[in-house]
Write a protein that binds this ligand. Sequence first.
Ligand SMILES: Nc1ncnc2c1ncn2[C@@H]1O[C@H](COP(=O)(O)OP(=O)(O)OP(=O)(O)O)[C@@H](O)[C@H]1O
Ligand SMILES: [Mg+2]
Length: 235
Amino acid sequence: MIILEAKNVTAGYTPELNILNKVNLKVKSGQIVSIIGPNGAGKSTLLKTIFGILKPREGTITFKGDDITGLNPDRIARKGISYVPQVNNVFPSLTVEENLEMGAFIRNDDFTPQMEEVYELFPVLREKRGQKAGQLSGGQRQMVAMGRALMLNPELLLLDEPSAGLAPLMVEMIFEKIVDINNTGVSIIIVEQNAREALKMADHGYVLAMGKNVLDDSGKALLANEEVGRLYLGG
Ligand SMILES: Nc1ncnc2c1ncn2[C@@H]1O[C@H](COP(=O)(O)OP(=O)(O)OP(=O)(O)O)[C@@H](O)[C@H]1O
Ligand SMILES: [Mg+2]
């Protein structure tokens, strides 16, 4: 089953300029889909458009067969999509636990079981639950951001550069956690500079450049593609 489909999506920040030009993307239920491409390609813009922060000027976005084009982020979150932005993705002056509670803000039911699951996935967050998020290491802050996104029990998780700025060991650990999250049944779209690693764990990968689809294929095929290697994976 296709869980998310973007068809011919055109979007931008100012009326004169389209950043995304007829972008297409498909995610099958249970997949990890990685989006790679140079700086400024529009990768973050695509995630923002899927999550409703930017409204498409053209094209459609469907989630589980429902048209979600143009809906506001809170409506999209209620439908089962969570988003971890590239920057400013935690509240630094709030504790770890308060950050997780903020993630559940639109839930009226008891979210304790979900918080327990987040603490099981990231045991270090349980230890640090009373500490301010701003005092944590970069990797731990990224775990808080992902944990916050998981509080809504999403079916699809959008991750924008989760490994950015992290030490190599922490990068490896974050990628392992992403696979763990996927193994619980959550479909994932991940945007990464760390393109090689992102393609290794991807069922499918998309290359974007200058706001357009360049190529898409299985993660394995893209890794083996000589041109992709030379242009986007640093040789
Ligand atoms: N808030 C904004 N207002 C206006 N233009 C923006 C805004 N955010 C991004 N842009 C522009 O949109 C284009 C695509 O940016 P985007 O952040 O989507 O790229 P990206 O592929 O995520 O790049 P990076 O790898 O650097 O994160 C760039 O030209 C950027 O300058
Ligand atoms: Mg970006």
